[in-house]
Ligand binder design. Structure first.
Ligand code: FE
Ligand code: FE
Ligand code: ZN
Length: 304
């Protein structure tokens, strides 16, 4: 290719960049921020979609069943289909469903592990009513068996329930390291991922409160933390962000969420998170202690 060819190629690149910038400006500058919050699923999918839209969200999170109990009511197929149309019409991005807290894949008692496995398998079956979304779960608490034993049990459960034909991607949540939680370091999450046979069905959800509480300083060194994530796990595995402030200090291992700007992480650091190029395009989910209006305000604040 001669000089002309190279020049032509550069012109095309420039034109593409120009179109992207112009598009951003046209649509309010923050077109790339996909944000929502945790919503109650008691009135169904379409109701959640409408509520999200009313607060200018284009994604949301919800519990797949009662977070403290086990029973789940069967999905209303018509409601799920109506939501899928609604989401496509309004440009929603992937949802980040949340597994119940009672699900502990690395419990010491076998009956609790069976319960966890059945719950996850049933949740993943029901997630297919709304295909191509994320299912996030807390890896679990090893309750004294040790992190290595916990990691082995978690991978065992994932290998038992993941199916090649599922459209849902399962996310491990980064944990604060409260008690005997597994997933308190990027290395522990990497070890779980390494044991999963259907690795392409797996990803990670980065919870800002948990990561901070675990001892990763996202306030003073966000670049360094994300570089470490990339080195240990790989940024291509990072699929979603839980955006929370924290009531406690870095390394406190407490896991108490605060409203955006009202905790130890602070608004400036959380704004840097939503604007970081490595996280661009991911769904950001607020799990702050808020009601509808509080969430709507936080979404507006972060979009501005
Ligand atoms: Fe969580
Ligand atoms: Fe979270
Ligand atoms: Zn938390």
């Amino acid at each position: 290719m001669g000089r002309r060819g190279r020049c032509g190629w550069r012109l095309i690149c420039f034109a593409v960049e120009y179109i992207e910038v112009a598009e951003d400006l046209l649509l309010g500058g923050n077109i790339m921020l996909h944000i929502g919050c945790h919503l109650s699923s008691s009135r169904g999918y379409l109701a959640m979609g409408r509520e999200a839209l009313s607060m200018q969200a284009d994604t949301f999170a919800f519990f797949t069943r009662n977070p403290r109990g086990g029973r789940a009511k069967e999905i209303d197929a018509a409601d799920a289909a109506a939501f899928c149309d609604f989401a496509a019409e309004h440009g929603f991005v992937k949802l980040v469903a949340h597994a119940p807290y009672t699900m502990n894949p690395c419990a010491a008692k076998e009956n609790l592990r069976v319960f966890a496995r059945e719950m996850m398998a049933d949740d993943l079956r029901r997630m297919e009513y709304t295909p191509d979304n994320y299912y996030n779960f807390h890896p679990g608490s090893h309750v004294g068996q040790g992190a290595a034993a916990g990691i082995a049990l978690i991978t065992e459960q994932l290998n038992a329930v993941l199916r090649p034909e599922q459209s849902t991607i399962v996310l491990l949540e980064t944990m604060a390291g409260k008690g005997t939680e597994v997933g308190r370091s990027f290395a522990e999450l990497r070890a779980i991922l390494d044991g999963v046979e259907l690795g392409e069905k797996m990803g990670v959800c980065f919870d800002t409160c948990h990561v901070w509480d675990a001892g990763y300083d996202i306030v003073n060194d966000l670049d360094g933390v994300l570089a470490e994530f990339d080195h240990v796990i790989g940024l291509e595995r990072l699929k979603a962000v839980h955006l929370n402030d924290s009531l406690n200090g870095c390394g406190s291992h407490k896991d108490r969420h605060a409203r955006i700007g009202e905790g130890e992480i602070g608004l400036t650091a959380l704004q840097r998170v939503v604007n970081h190029p490595a996280l661009r395009g991911l769904p950001f989910i607020l799990e702050t202690p808020n009601d509808h209006d509080g969430y709507a305000r936080e979404i507006q604040l972060l979009r501005s």
